[in-house]
Design a protein around this ligand. Structure first.
Ligand code: GLU
Length: 315
């Protein structure tokens, strides 16, 4: 089987214990499958990417012996490809310009009795779907509701072994660690942004275009992104791009129970002690302990075998 995996960090800071889990898991999955492993630097939001962060991440990965099979792809250099995908969707009437500010969206949701909760997606109320009403276009949105409602009902053309299925009820998909997943994208997310009001590309568009461009067959990443996957599957279908297999890894939480993140000031992993950093990530992934005198390469070989026994058996 052809296998191409990837690790796709946003260089908003150095790697921390949480991001190393995704890096290690994606590397192990590729190695256990005898596949290729790529690194993509998701630097589409320049104001959030401090100088030197990309280089630091690549140094940290190298210290951990997580070495990509090709030079890293930088999203900051791929504007033309994102534009082409958007142009394609514009030409097919699958996107529309939106003039709403966040405040407009909250007001429209409040008028329907919906209050925005932290960490919960604000479903777009569809204000600009039928036209801008004189507003200034700010963002571009996918007609996700319409796209979903035009899909067949469940049961039609359904293959029992399908890894994903888009019906007019939503997106059903299989996660290799979490099992069966479902999201009604139309109701829970609504028409989502592909190009932001500030002119930057959205994560959803860039990730979908680049996973396809790099021929990614398997995505292994943190569980914080699990609820983004149905949006990406929908967008892949709209752009006639293939859908990779997905596996979402456990999150590392800080003592406050919050996901470890750069925003929460998670410390950088110490690249002078790569085995310690890798061993901590391996524990999160429930992999066996490596002997204390192992080199990173020996530990990685041990974990790749253990990983393969857990995850590479299933189809
Ligand atoms: N760049 C994203 C992040 O660092 C990950 C994207 C992905 O793996 O799809 O959270």
């Amino acid at each position: 089987m052809r296998y191409v995996g990837r690790f796709a960090p946003s260089p908003t800071g150095p790697l921390h214990a949480g991001s190393l889990v995704a890096a290690l898991a994606s590397w192990l999955d590729a190695r256990a499958a005898g596949g290729r492993w790529l690194v993509r630097i998701e630097d589409i939001d320049p104001p959030r990417c401090p100088a030197g962060a990309t280089e630091r991440i690549l140094r940290q990965l190298a210290a951990c012996q997580l070495l990509p099979d090709e030079p890293p792809l930088l999203q900051s250099q791929r504007d033309a490809h994102y534009q082409q995908a958007l142009d394609d969707l514009v030409a097919r009437g699958l996107v529309y310009p939106c003039a709403c500010t966040r405040r407009d969206i909250d007001a429209a949701l409040a008028a329907r009795g919906l209050v925005h909760q932290r960490h919960v997606e604000r479903p777009y109320p569809g204000t600009c779907r039928a036209g801008l009403n004189g507003g200034t276009p700010r963002a571009w949105r996918l007609r996700a509701e319409e796209y979903q409602s035009n899909q067949p009902s469940a049961g039609v053309n359904e293959r029992p072994d399908a890894m994903f299925l888009i019906t007019n009820a939503g997106v059903r998909w299989h996660d290799r660690r979490l099992g069966a997943q479902f999201q009604d994208v139309a109701a829970q997310v609504g028409d989502f942004v592909l190009r932001r009001a500030d002119g930057l590309w959205s994560y959803q568009l860039a990730v979908v275009v680049d996973d396809a461009a790099q021929g990614i067959t398997h995505v292994v990443r943190g569980e914080d992104l699990v609820d983004n996957t149905p949006r990406q599957i929908l967008l892949q279908a709209a752009l006639a791009l293939p859908t990779p297999r997905y596996l979402h890894t456990p999150l590392v939480r800080g003592s406050d129970g919050e996901k470890l993140s750069k925003q929460h000031g998670a410390p950088a992993i110490d690249e002078t002690r790569p085995l310690d950093a890798l061993a901590a990530a391996a524990r999160v992934l429930a992999l066996p302990a490596a002997p204390p005198d192992a080199t990173p390469a020996q530990a990685l070989a041990l974990w790749a075998r253990a990983w393969g026994e857990t995850y590479n058996r299933a189809p």
